[in-house]
Design a protein around this ligand. Structure first.
Ligand code: FES
Length: 115
């Protein structure tokens, strides 16, 4: 009978998000966005009034801007990200929308709100 060690496999496939400014590390399922893990851990992705006026993760408001690296551990930029971030990307090619970026491996996230 074949024995398959699920636990060991899962251990290797669980990516870690490191929120640099907040000094918080979170393990997430492959393909998760940055938005929920951030909100769950009180990491600010919406700055100022956008805390209350955002689109709840649908890619429509463009306010949940964070820098995510390395890009090789994420999905390619979504259509909505190319639209909203067209200015930001010239200054920082790692800029993403927290609700659109999919985490495929270990990444670091730099939040952008002024404190
Ligand atoms: S939450 Fe509105 S674009 Fe991400």
């Amino acid at each position: 009978m074949a024995f398959f060690n699920h636990h060991h496999l899962e251990d290797r496939l669980v990516p870690t998000i490191t929120f640099v400014r907040e000094n918080i590390q979170v393990e997430v399922p492959v393909g998760d966005s940055v938005r929920y893990p951030a909100l769950e851990n009180d990491v600010p992705v919406y700055c100022g009034i956008f805390k209350f006026g955002n689109c709840h993760g649908n890619g429509l408001c463009g306010t949940d801007r964070v820098a995510v690296s390395p890009s090789t551990n994420t999905n390619p930029l979504s259509f909505m990200e190319k639209f909203w971030l067209r200015g930001d990307l010239k200054k920082n090619p790692n800029m993403r929308l927290a609700c659109q970026v999919e985490v495929l491996g270990d990444v670091t996230v730099d939040t952008q709100c002024k404190q």
